[in-house]
Design a protein around this ligand. Sequence first.
Ligand code: MRU
Length: 402
Amino acid sequence: MIEPVKFDERGVVLLDQRVLPHEERWIALGSVEEVAQAIRDMVVRGAPAIGVTAAWGLVVAARAAARATDGPDAFRERLREAGTLLEAARPTAVNLAWAVRRMLERLDAESAADRAVTDLVRALEDEAAAIQREDVETNRSIGRNGSLLVPDGARVLTHCNAGALATAGYGTALGVIRAAVEEGKRVEVFADETRPFLQGARLTAWELQRDGIDVTVITDNMAGALMARGEIDLVIVGSDRIAINGDVANKIGTYSVAVLARRHGIPFYVAAPRSTIDPDCPDGDAIPIEERPAEEVTHLAGTRITPEGVPVRNPAFDVTPAELVTAIITEEGIARAPYASSLRSQLGLAPLVPPPEEITGEEPSDDDGANEENDEPGPPGPLREAVAGEAGDERPADEPAG
Ligand code: MRU
């Protein structure tokens, strides 16, 4: 299994995803500033992977702070500064902030027990290792849950890279595909190339080929044509942040794929750990969207492809509204509309107080961001029917509840 993030005596060691698939280069980072810069520069990318990297970045910061400071108070102050620096590296993926918060909460808990600085460093090392280990376990659970939605012979479109490279290992969307293949199903993957950083063409293609999983790269603008020709049975993507109403932020271009999938009656699934669900984000409008440097659009492999002086746009993510999402697969199960309640239940949060019309006995509205068509099957076709049936009310008997 590919594990893109490691930690050893040199510090955080990352598989440089900027140079894949041509070169397998590992970079060792010995300061928290270098770790933050590597996250910004996308040496490592993918929501869970940058969370794991940030956790180890705090261990690097802790070791430096233990050498430079005398006493737990100054140590904690340095760690908080390091957390702020890491969190600011990329704004959209909530897993980054989640991992930093988890590390700092562990620090606070240990500090409350009056631990010495050396013990605090050791506790942070344990916590980072746990975040990394749990991420792989989580992905395997996501894979098992999601594979129920993947029939034998499925032709699956994915966008960006939500694979082993984007996590501590195994992947989320690609974890679902891996699990289906491990169960003996035949699966054919179509990987959108994913302009401008080409995560699909470079990274998804690389890691699936390495695992012997059937993968074909298409340019982003081919997806609609393939769907129209009946060559795609379902879509599975990852996510960087899921608002509590089910709106999903993911790599730019995901929204277009979801619209196309709806147009062609193809199920659109999102696979993500619960740490990607942000209970503080009421809907997609509240999700910060990262704008990346213009050079990623104006240049391709170092060569300028747009005229000098013409402005470009480079939002790195978009938001797919909940109404286009057939289901959200997490380690806990499969969440379906209405997401406002199914996602809260996934997070173990109390149900929302029922709206007043339910209390007064009026007809409850099911307008929760998921429209009627959400569960409708797609165009006829033997495989499509099987897939769409699972997207509707008839769930497999053993589907874990969301
Ligand atoms: O800009 P990136 O490459 O970090 O974007 C990654 C994605 O959009 C992934 O789909 C998402 O982080 C989920 S990764 C399991």
